[in-house]
Structure formats: structure tokens, C-alpha cells
Design a protein around this ligand. Sequence first.
Ligand code: SF4
Length: 308
Amino acid sequence: MSTTAVEPITELAEQIARLKEERKAVILAHNYQLGEVQDIADFVGDSLELSQRAVGLEAEVIVFCGVVFMAETAKILSPQRTVLIPDPRAGCPMCDMAPVEEVRKRKAELPGVPVVAYVNTTDDVKAEVDICCTSANAVKVVNSLPDERLLFLPDKNLAYWVQRHTEKEVIPWNGYCPTHQRIMPHDIHRLREKHPEAKVIVHPECTPDVIDLADEVLSTGQMVRWAREAQAREIIVGTEVGLIHRLKKDSPEKTFIPISMLTTCPNMKRITLEKVLWELEDMRHPVEVPEDIATKARRAIERMLEVV
Ligand code: SF4
């Protein structure tokens, strides 16, 4: 590795740009990535936007700046491309709350009940389910099913949110996002007192008591679009703090206030500019998904993409 962590950001960004061209690579970054990582990406988005983008790419190499399940999703949708993740330890604790053996066990207890999986699941879990969803399309996906009952995994908070918007019975799994779980009703009360004119937007991974206090419940991609159009000048943002960078860039005339300074996802923050550069240099961490798992998982993801 020819670089160190002390190199200035611009120099790193230039080296990344050069190498990216040599490798015929594109860089995709999730909205929760560090600001400087978002800034060197070709495309920044939420899980749904990134999955859709991965399908249409011409590049030979995708450098995926996000957590492992997202890079796996890109690989499943683009098996012919090399998908690299700059730090393969960037896991998602919510994913780990639904191990495939337990999913199989629960399915056996609920014969005939379809399974909807949030994309925050491992590749082998996606291979077990009927259809995937993201926070942007979960309600639409659930309502697209002909069945009256369904198992929804792994996020119980997203399941509760979907339940508010469907006549169907949504059976939740007992998983959650530790980052969004840290957002408390008192965070909203405190900030509303300080910023009485501000609107509060929160992610559906938040707990129901937080959702009850919000003005809008939106995926990160929806938050970006909503903020652009909003009349409000001050917006309190209830999701991972990385989104604030994207929001400020997109709507510079508005003020964005993080709901809490505790809403940092340590796994998302494992990806740094240095690691992106090293990955482009050495291509040491290609994402692999076994063919049999990829084929089944692709079906569940593509079924979701047909709905949205
Ligand atoms: S923010 Fe939550 S759901 Fe997203 S990667 Fe981090 S732990 Fe997983």
C-alpha cells in the first residue's frame, strides 16, 4: 500500500479518480457514508437507489462504499462484474439478528406464509424468502402480495410501520437497528423546544414512540427529495448522521439538525478514503456470493424491483 492516513483529502481523491479510470470502476456510496467518501462517489443513494443503479452500470468494477449486505446485493444483481468492498468487516448488526437457520425454522412454523425480507439481510437469507424490500418500498411490496398474512424480517420497527399502512397481518421478526434504536422521544421534545419552527423527519427503523412524534417518516432517499421541496427552513433529521452531509449539499439553503449525536453507525464509518484507494490498488476484497444462493436471492430482489 503506497498511501498513509495523513495524506490530504484532495490528494487521496485525485489518486482515487486516476485509479478508478484505470480500473474502469465506479464508486457507489450509501447515504450514511462519511462525507468525504460520498464526495468521491459516482453515485450516492439509499439501498433501493443503489440496487437499481448497480443493474444498469457499464463498469467492469464496482467499489461499494457501504456495508456487506449492500455489496452482496450489487454482486447478486451484477454477477459478471467485480464488486469490491473497501472493508469486509463492515457488517450490519440488524442482518446478524436473522441467521438463516432461524429463518428456516420460523418458516417451517408458518407453512404457506410468504416471507418479506428487508434488504438488510444476508445473501443466504435472501435466498430463502419470497420478496425483498427496502424502507422506501416496504409498504408497496407488502401490499403487492396476494396473501393476507406475511412474515417480515428482520426489522421489527419497519414491520410495525408497514402494519400501520396495510390491512394484512404483518408478523414481525425481533430485529432492530442499534443506531436508530438510540433515538428517543425526549430527543424530539428537546429539539422542538429549541427549534419551534423546525419539521421533524425520521426513518421507519425508529421505534413507534419516536415515529408518533415525527412530521414525516421517510427512507433516506425520500428525505433528500422531501427536504428539497419542503417549505421549512429548519429540519430535524432522525436517521444516521451521514445523511446530513448529503442533505446540506443537496439543499444548502436549509438548516439540518441531527436528532442526536449518538446516531452514528460504526460499520458504515469503517469505509474511509484510504481504504477506497487501497481497494482500487490491490482489489483485495472482492465480494463473492455462491451461484446457487445468488440465483435464488436474485429472484427475491428482482421481484421487488418489478414492484417499484
Ligand atoms: S444503520 Fe443500522 S441498519 Fe444500517 S447498516 Fe448500520 S446497523 Fe445496519
